[in-house]
Design a protein around this ligand. Structure first.
Ligand SMILES: Cc1cc2nc3c(=O)[nH]c(=O)nc-3n(C[C@H](O)[C@H](O)[C@H](O)COP(=O)(O)O)c2cc1C
Length: 160
């Protein structure tokens, strides 16, 4: 059986809820991609071109620091990677995560929550950064998605 990690970033809790339900549903370990400097409400203001998130997202090379490391990434076969869609793609801190490990031989499945946008180029962007990973484009989930639905989705990648 595959050993699975659900790794997620969440600024306001929606992705955290889905990630927690997913990890419960499939018996995976759960890891939060916590920013070294947490995002304030002002940082998240997409109406302000000078807010932290606007500045980071306008720069494809932005790599906000992550506070912790995954314990022994080697043990995982499948990493289910979740995040909110920011400006139609993965937040910059997900790029930091993608570059931080050797993913050789691992499957990385991406999922997102959003106000309505799909995953856009997220999976392709992550594939370009995550060395050796077999990156799969997953799905956008509403925060209220049931554990049954999440389990059925994940089983496509983890082999039941
Ligand atoms: C800076 C920023 C940019 C966003 N850009 C988009 C977007 O392009 N499309 C969209 O549908 N939602 C967008 N959203 C909304 C979030 O994707 C949505 O609220 C998400 O569920 C939040 O997840 P979280 O609570 O885990 O942080 C954006 C939110 C923020 C803070």
């Amino acid at each position: 059986m595959s050993k699975i990690l659900v790794a997620y970033f969440s600024a306001s809790g929606v992705t955290a809820k889905v990630a927690g339900n997913l990890a419960d549903a499939v018996g995976a370990d759960l890891y939060e991609i916590a920013p070294e400097v947490p995002y304030t409400k002002a940082d998240l203001n997409w109406m302000n071109k000078k807010s932290r998130s606007s500045v980071e997202m306008a720069d494809m090379s932005s790599r906000p620091a992550i506070a912790t490391k995954v314990d022994n990434m080697d043990q995982y076969d499948v990493i289910i990677l979740g995040f909110p869609i920011w400006w139609y793609r993965e937040p910059s801190i997900i790029d930091t995560f993608a570059e931080a490990y050797d993913f050789e031989g691992k499957t990385v499945v991406v999922f997102a929550t959003s106000g309505g946008s799909g995953l856009g180029d997220s999976a392709a962007n992550i594939k370009a950064l995550a060395a050796g990973a077999d990156v799969r484009n997953g799905e956008r989930f509403p925060g209220s998605t049931s554990q049954d639905k999440l389990r059925a989705w994940a089983e496509k990648y983890i082999g039941g």
